[in-house]
Design a protein around this ligand. Sequence first.
Ligand code: SAH
Ligand code: SF4
Length: 382
Amino acid sequence: MPTTLQPTASILDLAYPELVAWLKERGEPAFRAQQIFQALYRDLATDYAQMATLPKALRARLAAELPLVAPTVVRELHSRDQRTVKLLLALADGAQIETVLMLYPPNPESPRARATVCVSTQAGCAYGCTFCATGQMGFTRHLRAGEIVAQVLHFARLLRAEPWRWPAVPGAAEAATGGALDHITNIVLMGMGEPLHNYDNTLKALRLLNAPAGFNLGARHMTVSTVGLVPAIQRLAGEALQVNLAISLHAPNNAMRAQTMPVARKWPLDELLATCLAFARQTGRQVTFEYVLLAGVNDQIEHATELGARLAPFGPLAHVNLIAVNVTAAGYQPPSGTAIRAFRDTLRQAGVSNSVRAERGDDIAAACGQLRTLNQSKAQPR
Ligand code: SAH
Ligand code: SF4
């Protein structure tokens, strides 16, 4: 009996060995899997009709049993500087998610241009962080692996069709000369949802995008961002896939964290940091701690001092990414530039590596969950 798949299954849900098995069950040779992966992930085909290397009968069977589906674009917004593109996508069942493309020209710290896709792993989120628009809408469902992969393919096709060109800066160093980028260089799981709550589909999607026969994106160019699910972080440490880990910390102690992040009641900060330290030591990789600055809540010097002390055991294995909160309906305000610099300096004096994330696409509500919220409130005026 051929494998029966759920009716909503898409070709993008199949790992390479699964595709080989599917073909074998239908009397097709294994090399067809290679041709299909090449067509999907290298040629970025959007239709089986484009897969000229495959026999017509196989194409018809694939189209019937494993459709090559793409989400529908509900809204597409471009930031004024054209370096951020944000999409509101509708999946086959109507669930809506957000995906963002961020383009970065070369700079002295990062001499290669980057095209980063910020991917959603769930529709909504179950963790309810108070400052997060996604958290405030609740959980709808997990995304399938193919629905995660499809977000990356969408932007990969866009860049392939129309490479992004950045202009030369007269008199600047070589790193700032003009150039063009026609492919995705990085993926961050910082869209809607908690990736480690949807562990299996997320890891499957990352493996699919990592597969050398296909998209071939290096694991070091992938970042999993998590609210801090301790057992899942332990599991991730043992995976052969060497992805980067980012932790949404947002507070220097558990009592404070619990006020904005309900997850702190389940997985206390001490346990989370001990798990992260073990992850960093086991993998030899630096862990990034995201810290969203909320004016008057977690942005005082004493908070920076406490954070510095907490992260001291990591030495160079910790990096703090400071982010001024994006204003949502929750009403939190970003601190002033002076307050952010003071926070930064205190961390630096404590020996903790840190950076301030330049906010992208403010003018198009680029923070996760904001666009869907905006769209829904527009659709249902009160
Ligand atoms: N659930 C995962 C990944 C998605 S959220 C996580 O929490 O890590 C991606 C990042 O955006 C997280 O660091 C999250 O805390 C942050 N974020 C959420 N709401 C934000 C807001 N209003 N302004 C700035 N960052 C926000
Ligand atoms: Fe979920 Fe992350 Fe938003 Fe928290 S910050 S509600 S975990 S998406």
